[in-house]
Unconditional design. Structure first.
Length: 315
């Protein structure tokens, strides 16, 4: 069970292609509130109130959709250009955001998790804002820093189908445990990066699958468990709910049960500048031979040659 996790960095520049692991994060908001406008030039204006400061007026432009994975060393992922000055840096006009004219119409696209605003541009493409507490501590531990509590503001711009997150439940390790596996694809191709991102190592191609459980040994309500990285070539992943100690430096280093609750959810940021997508399902109530057989077939198709996940296959 690979348990790589990442912590978002602080965005400080004013105009640049985004460099963080998640190219859609434009800042952190005090609450789950933000507004979105798009003008006739295809520039979006995102407004939100940041912690410990005033209102942010961020201009976003220059990207749509994504490449699913790096095809060669010269491949460049879609990434927005951002202006945190509201127009002074990119257009030499400090009042640009004040005169911003919205032409983006009512949203009629697919349902999205964590959504706070969305619209349909005149060219038929979609823009969306999603706000997510992505940096919550692992293993259900309550946050103890401001960064862990941040409401990240994610911006996306796409046309066509959304990234596809497939998740299959099954029994693992000789039917003694429960877990899940799946794959993340975009435009029919697997989504993966060149390395596992961390607090110190970034990869705009990589995608972490974030796992939360509901009413588990971690406590009541939704609690964050961990994050795992999609695998190279397949875009696949696998996970089993077993007791695991929190990382070094956490307030407690004792395992707090296996984290399997009444239900669980899997969330991932789309590649490039596509939206966050999510899967949610209930835990398995009892062993079901038919479900297990079907899951084994899917497992072999997705992860058949994946040595890392092989121990979690159970017939």
């Amino acid at each position: 069970m690979r348990t790589a996790f990442c912590v978002g960095g602080l965005v400080v520049a004013c105009v640049f292609p985004a460099q963080a692991v998640a190219s859609t994060i434009v800042g952190a908001a005090v609450t789950r509130q933000a507004t979105l406008k798009v003008n006739a030039d295809g520039v979006a204006l995102v407004v939100f109130r940041q912690p410990g400061g005033g209102e942010r007026h961020v201009l976003v432009w220059g990207a749509i959709n994504a490449l699913p994975h790096p095809t060669d060393s010269s491949a460049v992922q879609q990434a927005f250009k951002l202006d945190y000055s509201g127009g002074w840096k990119s257009r030499h006009d400090s009042g640009y955001w004040r005169r911003f004219r919205n032409v983006c119409g009512a949203y009629d696209g697919p349902a999205l998790p964590l959504l706070v605003a969305a619209c349909k541009a005149p060219d038929g493409s979609y823009w969306a804002l999603q706000i997510w507490q992505r940096n919550l501590p692992m293993r259900g531990i309550a946050p103890w820093t401001a960064t862990q509590r941040e409401n990240e503001v994610h911006v996306s711009h796409w046309s066509g189908a959304l990234p596809l997150l497939e998740v299959y439940r099954h029994w693992t390790y000789g039917r003694n445990k429960q877990g899940f596996f799946g794959r993340f694809t975009y435009d029919g191709q697997p989504v993966y990066g060149t390395r596992s991102p961390s607090a110190r190592v970034g990869d705009r191609w990589a995608r972490n699958i974030y796992i939360d459980s509901f009413n588990s040994s971690y406590g009541k309500g939704w609690r964050h468990d961990t994050a795992i990285t999609t695998h190279t070539r397949s875009g696949g992943f696998c996970y089993t709910f077993v007791p695991q100690r929190p990382p070094n430096g956490y307030p407690s280093e004792k395992a707090n049960g296996n984290g399997l609750g009444e239900k669980y959810r899997v969330t991932v940021m789309g590649p490039g500048v596509t939206p966050i997508v999510r899967w949610e399902g209930k835990k398995l109530a009892r062993f079901d031979p038919a479900l297990q057989s079907a899951a084994a077939t899917e497992f072999d198709q997705i992860l058949g040659d994946d040595k890392h996940c092989a121990p979690e296959r159970s017939t």
